[in-house]
Design a protein around this ligand. Structure first.
Ligand SMILES: *Cc1c(COP(=O)(O)O)cnc(C)c1O
Length: 383
C-alpha cells in the first residue's frame, strides 16, 4: 500500500489508464480540427468526436444529437441555466433551484437575478433532499426552469428527480439537473428523470479534466454563452477539444459497462469505512441521507475535536474538510449549513470519497488513523 491515500473522489478522480490510452493518438497523429472537412486529418478527428458523442449518449439514454461538448460541468451548468433563461425570457422570468446546489448553478442564478429574473431557492430537509411537493408549491405561471442536482457533491444525497421531472414536464417547465456526481457513478437515464438538460464532466469519473458535456433534449434551444463559429447546434462555438472529448467518451463507455458492478463494490467499501469508524468512536454524526446517497460518499462530523488539528493529523489521507467545495474561502460549507449542521461541527467535518482505485487495505488503514487521531485529540482537549 502506498501513502498518501486518495479518498477525495468527489473533488476529482485519477484518470483510468484505459482512458489515457484512447486519448493519446488524438494528441499525436490524429491532431486535426474536427471542423475541417476537406482532408483526412479533419475526418479522423471528427470520427473520434462522433464516436465519443455516441458513447456519452449511450451512458445516459440520450440520442447522439442531444449531446453538446463543453469544457466541463461549470460551463454546462452556466449554459443550462443562463441559456434557458435567456432563450425563454419572453415566456417567463421565474427560476426554482435549491440551497445545496453547486456554485455553478447558484451563482448563475445570482447573475440572472441581477438581470431581473426571480429566483426561488428551496430549502432542503435534514438529509439534504428536496421533495416534489415543495416544487409544486413554488411553481408560478411565470416559472420557466427548475434546476436541481442529481447527487450532492458534499453529502452525497440523491434527489427524487423522477417525481420532480414528471411535474415539470406536465407544467411545460424546463428541468435541468447538475448530474455531475451521479453520471458515471450510478445508472442514469435522462428519460426516466424527464430531463430537458443535464450536466456532466469527465474528471469526476476517471476521465480528463476540462472535458464535459451537456445533454440538451431535441428541439430545446439554449441561448449560447459565446458567439463564434456556431458549432454544436449553435450552442457552443469553439474548436473542439478532441483528445478531451475522446477521453470523455471512453470514460462513459467504461462506466456504462462497469457501473453495475462498481457501484455496489464502492458502497461496500464505504460501508466498511462507516462501520469501522462508527463502531469505535462516539459523538460522531453522519451527514446526508442514510440510504439515498452516492455509493462512494461518507460525510461525518466529529464532535469535540478541532477541525484543523483533525485534518493535520490525517496528513497521509487525502479527504475534504467541512469547508469542502469552498476550501479556498475557508467558510463553513453552505451545504452543511443548509442541512442544519452548526458552524462548529461543520469545521470538524470530513468528506470521504471512495473511488475506482481504492482498496480494502486502504480503507482499513484509514479507519485506524481516523480512530487514533480523534481519540488523541479528544484526550489532549481534556488535559
Ligand atoms: C465538480 C462539480 C462541478 C464542476 O465541474 P467542472 O467540470 O470541474 O467544472 C459542478 N457541479 C458539481 C455537483 C460538481 O461536483
Amino acid at each position: 500500500m502506498k501513502l498518501p491515500i486518495y479518498l477525495d473522489n468527489h473533488a476529482t478522480t485519477p484518470m483510468d489508464p484505459r482512458v489515457l490510452e484512447a486519448m493519446t493518438p488524438y494528441f499525436l497523429e490524429k491532431f486535426g480540427n474536427a471542423a475541417s472537412s476537406s482532408h483526412s486529418f479533419g475526418w479522423d478527428a471528427r470520427s473520434g468526436v462522433e464516436a465519443a458523442r455516441n458513447q456519452v449518449a449511450a451512458l445516459i439514454g440520450a440520442k447522439p444529437n442531444e449531446i453538446i461538448f463543453t469544457s466541463g460541468a461549470t460551463e454546462s451548468d452556466n449554459l443550462a441555466v443562463k441559456g434557458a433563461a435567456w432563450a425563454l425570457r419572453e415566456k417567463g422570468n421565474h427560476i426554482i433551484t435549491c440551497a445545496t446546489e453547486h456554485k455553478a448553478v447558484l451563482d448563475s442564478c445570482a447573475h440572472l437575478q441581477k438581470e431581473g429574473f426571480r429566483i426561488t431557492i428551496l430549502p432542503v430537509d435534514r438529509y439534504g433532499q428536496v421533495h416534489a411537493e415543495q416544487v409544486k408549491e413554488a411553481v408560478e405561471p411565470r416559472t420557466i426552469l427548475v434546476s436541481l442536482m442529481a447527487a450532492n457533491n458534499e453529502v452525497g444525497t440523491l434527489h427524487p428527480l423522477a417525481d420532480i421531472g414528471r411535474l415539470c414536464r406536465e407544467r411545460g417547465i424546463f428541468f435541468h439537473s447538475d448530474a455531475t456526481q451521479m453520471i458515471g457513478r450510478l445508472p442514469f437515464d435522462v428519460n426516466a428523470f424527464h430531463l430537458d438538460m443535464a450536466a456532466l464532466t469527465a474528471h469526476k469519473f476517471y476521465g480528463p479534466k476540462g472535458a464535459g458535456a451537456i445533454y440538451v433534449r431535441e428541439k430545446v434551444n439554449l441561448a449560447p454563452l459565446m458567439d463564434g463559429g456556431g458549432h454544436e447546434r449553435g450552442m457552443r462555438s469553439g474548436t473542439m477539444n478532441v483528445p478531451g472529448i475522446v477521453g470523455l467518451g471512453k470514460a462513459c463507455e467504461l462506466a456504462r459497462l462497469e457501473v453495475v458492478n462498481e457501484a455496489p463494490r464502492l458502497a461496500a467499501l464505504r460501508d466498511r469505512l462507516r462501520e469501522g469508524i462508527f463502531s469505535k468512536l462516539d459523538r460522531i454524526y453522519l451527514n446526508g441521507h442514510p440510504t439515498e446517497r452516492l455509493p462512494g460518499n461518507l460525510n461525518v462530523s466529529f464532535g469535540e475535536v478541532d477541525g484543523q488539528s483533525l485534518t493535520m493529523g490525517l496528513d497521509q489521507i487525502a479527504v475534504s474538510s467541512g469547508a469542502a467545495c469552498s476550501s479556498a474561502l475557508a467558510k463553513p460549507s453552505h451545504v452543511l449549513e443548509a442541512i442544519g449542521v452548526s458552524d462548529e461541527l461543520a469545521e470538524s467535518t470530513l468528506r470521504f470519497g471512495v473511488g475506482r482505485f481504492n482498496t480494502e487495505e486502504e480503507i482499513d488503514y484509514t479507519i485506524g488513523r481516523v480512530v487514533e487521531t480523534v481519540g488523541q485529540l479528544r484526550e489532549l482537549a481534556i488535559k
